[in-house]
Design a binder for this molecule. Structure first.
Ligand code: NAD
Length: 416
């Protein structure tokens, strides 16, 4: 089978490699010349466990070839970005351009699959009209559908194989063709459905998690008022066999959970009330944390806060949509000096890899992300560098005893 994968990022490149490593000839297409140049040398510009080795293998065997334009193939897979705009609407220009780009090459019997996370109706109302400009009829002359991706960065190669997958076709025959294709490497179940259902499934999965986190964040605020420890409440609730409350925190980041629910809200703004409220609840957390910092530092002149960890999740360098970046902005707008320290983020302006420099003359250390290094913070040494010894843990990650022994006044999110 000849497969053309459009967009070679975190999703497209591992997918292209998997197909190439399982008996297919794959053309990988990307608009970014740096991606194509690296790939032509058998190298990658993104970080993912096991990917450099796999790329080297399939490129050297001639099974994956990088190009800047598509070409004729049996299958086309689109895995381009689907970001949101400033006003929280889906920006579909990459999917639109990628689909337009296929028009000269799609022929009778071909299969076109959208992998990008997309609003409901993208396949049937955006892609099909473009592809039918070829004069062919979707579902009759060629096949089209959506098969969303559920992988987690760091585990992509493993999850591509082992996760269950949804194959959403414009018609049942389209779904069956998609399912048959992925069977060459997927060991999980593949569930066939229609394209619109598949689109909403992907969005609903991340929205479920967003709502659960919003519930935890709301509980955190309530516990602060009621003088109860939210982490203890959640720990004990989760002993119930049918309860699984997620963890509160300083907000939700990343390019999935913080983005996908808006695709549902934009489609049905009058109905998606809980989804919208969850998004705004999670987005309110940086302000909530800033308010708590303000009360800790009340009366302090020219205050300085040190943020420990600015990524959206632990032990990675990914800062996309990070709530800690929003927190930093809020604090600066309130006249607070901020030092942002992160051991994973290298070479980014405004973020230091020098913890001592970040802590110097600071009035408060705020744990933003639970990077493993923060488990063993040397509070004795840090306290000596600081102007005031305040510590605020937004993740319930650090043992407070050493901090208190070193004279720190300690605060925990979700506890008064
Ligand atoms: N990264 C994840 O963990 C993840 C998980 C599930 C779903 N998704 C979804 O998968 C899609 C892709 O995400 P990603 O993380 O791989 O994005 P990415 O930014 O890592 O990669 C996208 C690539 O597409 C290229 N591109 C853009 N327009 C193009 C065009 N017209 N032709 C050819 N190449 C083009 C870009 O240059 C880039 O290399 C998004 O919809 C995302 O929401 C991502």
């Amino acid at each position: 089978m000849k497969i053309c994968v459009i967009g070679l990022g975190y999703i497209g490149l591992p997918t292209a490699c998997m197909f190439a490593d399982h008996g297919n000839y794959v053309i990988g297409v990307d608009k970014n010349p740096a991606v194509i140049e690296a790939l032509s040398r058998g190298e990658v510009i993104i970080e993912e466990n096991g990917l450099p080795e796999l790329v080297k293998k399939v490129v050297s065997e001639g099974k994956l070839v990088a190009k800047s334009e598509p070409e004729e193939a049996d299958v086309f897979i689109i895995s381009v970005p689907t970001p949101i705009t400033e006003d929280k609407h889906s920006d579909m220009k990459y999917v639109e351009a990628a689909t337009e780009g296929l028009l000269p090459y799609v022929k009778k019997g071909d299969l076109v699959i959208l992998e990008s996370t997309s609003p409901v109706g993208t396949v049937d109302t955006l892609m099909v009209p473009i592809l039918e400009k070829s004069g062919m009829k979707a579902g009759v002359d060629f096949y089209v559908g959506h098969s969303p991706e559920r992988v987690i960065p760091g585990q992509i190669l493993n999850e591509l194989v082992n996760n269950n997958r949804i194959a959403g076709g414009l018609t049942p025959e389209c779904a069956r063709k998609i399912s048959d294709l992925y069977k060459c490497f997927v060991k999980g179940e593949i569930y066939e459905t229609d394209a619109r259902t598949a689109e909403l499934c992907k969005l609903s999965e991340n929205t479920f998690r967003d709502i659960n986190i919003a519930f935890a964040n709301e509980l955190a605020k309530i516990c602060e008022r009621l003088n109860i420890n939210v982490w203890e409440v959640i720990r004990l609730c989760n002993k119930h066999p049918r309860v699984n409350i997620h963890q509160p925190g300083p907000g939700v980041g990343g390019h999935c959970i913080a983005v996908d629910p808006w695709f549902i809200v934009e489609k049905e703004p009058t109905l998606a009330n809980m989804i919208h409220l969850a998004r705004t609840t999670n987005d309110s957390m940086p302000t909530h944390v800033a308010d708590r910092i303000a009360s800790i530092l009340e009366g302090v002149e020219d205050p300085k806060v040190t943020i420990l960890g600015v990524t959206y999740k632990p032990d990675v360098d990914d800062m996309r949509e990070s709530p800690l970046i929003h927190l930093e902005e809020i604090l600066r707008n309130r006249g607070v000096r901020v030092a942002a320290y992160d051991p994973f983020v290298i070479g980014k302006p405004g973020i230091t890899n020098d913890l001592e420099e970040a802590a110097k003359d600071s009035d408060l250390l705020l744990l933003g992300v639970h990077h493993h290094q923060f488990k063993t913070l040397d509070f004795e040494a840090l306290g000596k560098l600081m102007r005031r010894k305040n510590f605020f843990d937004t993740r319930n990650f650090v043992d407070m005893e050493p901090a208190m022994n070193a004279g720190f006044s300690c605060t925990l999110l979700g506890k008064n």
